[in-house]
Design a binder for this molecule. Structure first.
Ligand code: FES
Length: 179
């Protein structure tokens, strides 16, 4: 190879003080924008992660209806409003429970969430069973596991009959095998 054809590159012209200060300005502006964007994206994410540790569990009694609204031996779906929900929660403030009237003054409120991975279970009256559509979990009418992957019976809320009303105490429903 003939190196005599390779011309040495010309030295770069020295930057003027104006160019240096303009470059520093844009470097600082870029860093500021990166910091601002990180804060915009990161703060809500951090809030989402830590909020559950500071949120108090709802532990209020909520009314499900009057005793005579429910037939003895029947299991029905009841919609419950979360008393601790935020004003803008909308339909997400509603949840469902399965309520069974066992005797005149005895009720059982089951969580609608499967204890395997939390899918909503359905009550099949003709089979007298709760069925989970996700992985085939099956529960008896008393909430005990009949078949499938659920590790525990359906969660039961506390229920009482007070002043002619059936009331249920809200609770955090334990879901998954690790709880
Ligand atoms: S979530 Fe119900 S069986 Fe898996």
């Amino acid at each position: 190879m003939n190196t005599s054809l390779v011309k040495p590159s010309a030295p770069l012209p020295a930057e003027t003080p104006q160019e240096i200060s303009r470059r520093r300005f844009f470097e600082k502006l870029s860093l500021a924008l990166i910091g601002l964007c990180s804060a915009i994206v990161g703060l809500p994410l951090i809030g989402f992660i830590v909020a559950p540790f500071f949120r108090k569990a709802p532990r209020e009694w909520v009314t499900l209806g009057k005793p005579d609204d429910f037939q003895i031996g029947k299991t029905v779906a009841v919609t419950v409003n979360d008393p601790s929900s935020l004003p803008w929660a909308g339909v997400t403030a509603k949840s469902g429970v399965w309520l069974r009237r066992v005797t005149t003054d005895s009720f059982i409120a089951f969580s609608a969430n499967c204890t395997h991975l939390g899918c909503p279970v359905r009550w099949l009256e003709s089979a007298d069973l709760f069925m989970c559509p996700c992985h085939g979990g099956v529960y008896y009418s008393d909430g005990e596991v009949a078949a499938g992957p659920p590790p525990k019976p359906l969660f039961r809320y506390e229920v009482r009959v007070v002043n002619g009303e059936v009331q249920m105490k809200q609770a955090i429903v334990p879901i998954s095998t690790t709880l």
